[in-house]
Design a protein around this ligand. Sequence first.
Ligand code: HEM
Length: 182
Amino acid sequence: MAVYHILVAHFPIALWLTAYLFIALRTFSDADIFVRLQKSIWPLILLGSLGGAVAFVIGLQIYPWSAITQSPLGRNHIMLATWTLAYWSVLGVLGYRLRRHLFDGVQRWFTFTLASIGALVVVITGTLGGSLTGTPSLVTQSLSAIGWNVYTTFYLPTWMLVVFAAGAILLVVLGYIGKETK
Ligand code: HEM
């Protein structure tokens, strides 16, 4: 199963990062070619999510759940894979719904920032997968340099959960206010 996981995992990685490349090019240029490429952004992202879901399911078949979750590195890979898949799927739906307005005025900087976070999490997911196969990359080493040793359990202070919950409520409230004032 590992070989199929590795084979399939590269499809979402390539599709999401191609979408990111098109977003970055469009953010910094209004050239006709990049405006045309803009149309392919949401299909690329959602195709990537389809591939990501298949890679995710195959990934779960490689080792028994009780075995992979014994390893902090394994848990970290699963955690980042879950974030990556969920995050890009939401970006794909948003990209579809806002497809004509993604790069209007200041909106383009929100699009670029959100997509940059997506590119970062997919890179981390991939490097953790590579570390699982015994080939850690420079990214794994860089994460260690900024204080996250990926071979240890990932902890968040409890107060961060409060920050997350408050952030989620704030976003919902902002959404309602935005809808009312439209
Ligand atoms: C979005 C979903 C996922 C992506 C993009 C992804 C990506 C990757 C990548 C790039 C590799 C390394 C390939 C290489 O060394 O060339 C890998 C390895 C691995 N992944 Fe994932 N992965 C995902 C989800 C999962 C999940 C949910 C599991 C569940 C346990 C998992 C388990 C593994 C394991 C065990 C390996 C090592 C395989 C081996 O030792 O040969 N992956 N993954």
